[in-house]
Design a protein around this ligand. Sequence first.
Ligand SMILES: [Zn+2]
Length: 687
Amino acid sequence: MKRIVMAIVVLGAAAALTSLARAQTPADALNKPLPPVFDPAAIDRSVDPCVDFYQHACGAWLKATPIPPDQSDWWRFSELDEHIRAVLATILEEAASGQGAKTDNRRKIGDYYASCLDEEAIEAKGLKPFVPAFERIAALKDKKELAAETARLHLQGVAPLFWFSSLQDYTDATMMIAQADQGGFALPDRDYYLTDEFKAERDDYRAHLARMFGLLGDVAKTAGEEADAVMRVETALAKAAMGIVERREPKNVHHKMTLAEFTKLTPSFDWTAYLEGVGAPAFTSLDAADPGFFTGLEAALNAVPLADWKAYLRWTVLTGLVSAAPKAFVDEDFAFFQKRLSGQAEIKARWKRCVATTDEQLGDALGEAYVERAFSPEAKQRVLVMAQQIEKAMEARIKKLDWMSEETKVRALEKLAKVAYKIGYPDKWLDYAKLEIVRGDALGNMERASGFDLRRQLAKIGKPVDRGEWSMTPPTDNAYYDSQMNDINFPAGVLQPPNFDMTADDAANYGNLVALMGHELTHGFDDEGRHYDAYGNLKDWWTEEDANAFETRAAGFVSQYGAFVAVKDPSDPAKDVLVDGELTLGENTADNGGIGLAYDAFLTTQGATAGKDSLGYTPSQRFFLSYAQAWCVNRTDGYAKEEAKTDPHTPGKYRVNGVVVNIPAFREAFACKVGTPMAPATVNGVW
Ligand SMILES: [Zn+2]
């Protein structure tokens, strides 16, 4: 699986308008206008911008906009997510009923979507489609057979034990190599299995496991024992796994070794059978990510009896493919993972879930239809111009840095000049000719699409890197920078209001979308991205002194953000859950750099010299308000806790207040006196 190195916002699975939560059809979302990039109605003018800028920019919106019951968080841009989903549903409904283009891809997305929507057929089949996998697992005779079964399950989209795929070679960015990485546990992070902070969540997870086994027909005693078995296996895997903060350091998660060296880490696992089973091409070396995980897997294979592994595998099938299971399983899955962990009150309408899985599994086929309908070449041209401005602003900043030597500056500028900008959608669409989609076979479609994708990823091993590939689908309302590609990717979905609008003023667009572009560009130079060179090789291009100077400045962000309270712990309200300053360091560096670059670029536009608007705001004030309004968000407490542990992004409030305190242009724009909360005497900054 290709990992998206850094995205601006983790898209929670979805979005629905307050009004839509009651009238949940695609037409409702299509009829509703998108929010403006800059929205005066969101502002709470009773709050002093120098005291709490986030509350000033978002206060009225926060009060007027409760979280819809089928969401765990709700942003101002969530209305766009909902709109995109509705456009996709319209495309899929047309394809399902045979209208529109009569291509093989349209038939496939239509059949996939229709099968996913057909809950009656899924209910009528019951667990029958799952039985072959359950029978294979039940028939395993010894632990040596786990390898071949793991391969079969990986090809079905089930994810036991570990991840195996292909990845850009960190020692030679032109080539793809095999990659094995930690995995195999279902809770959001290893700490959920291991620390006191998550004991309540862990206990409820065990109860959820027992209920799921009960739904499979096991009597209470057996179901309880199976739940314990799953907990033992997953806890062993979690113990072997590396923590999320440690994984931010690239050298911790890249270890190239020969296949012979690698298989010695886990001699009890039959790698020959696995690699054959999964259909990997022959290779002699691979990236073992964190070898310690595979040593831990060996210990788990030796310590855990076969019966426990069988219970665990059965569980991974059920939870991995649950969306194609009967309703009782879907509801129980929702009740734990979304409701208990993320605080989401209601399950999303079936059509929303089916749009999401079609986008996940047939992203290029659906994406091609989407851009035909919803992407303007003019927008692409405008965004490319903005990208050039951002790059120029970064170039000027690097040249002016007082903490970096000329030697390192030359390499930083070389890297900057090599950044590629991908806007809208890929030049080449994926060919789905070899993927079989059968109307009425929801589970089979999911399994075959997963197998198709894994085979496609594995076929890349030993081949040159395709730099045209994307890690997000075109309708996605999000963006990312990829350290190994050294490219910035803005899918068609994100280039719409409230992120960007061809008709909005410069202050609004530069405060929002252009700040995001600056954010993505800065990722190439944050604590993670700075370790990769202009071509995407993991290669140190810094002098020691400059690296130390960078670390010292970055440490300022770590302590600044680490003091913010994310939420009161919903499992123990006496406790504060703090923002993790190290986990969020890259995103905070990117936020701080991004707004600076966007502001520099903004100053070169005509809009920067416009007069005050009808509310009395100057162009600079509008720029910062627009920036802040990109991050207006209401979240459930449960989701806020989960995010504090797993999301490298800081909560919306601190993406605003944590940033503006460091920006001199902000305090000038709002005439904030030094010593007010938004204008502290000392500031942090890297770029
Ligand atoms: Zn980011």
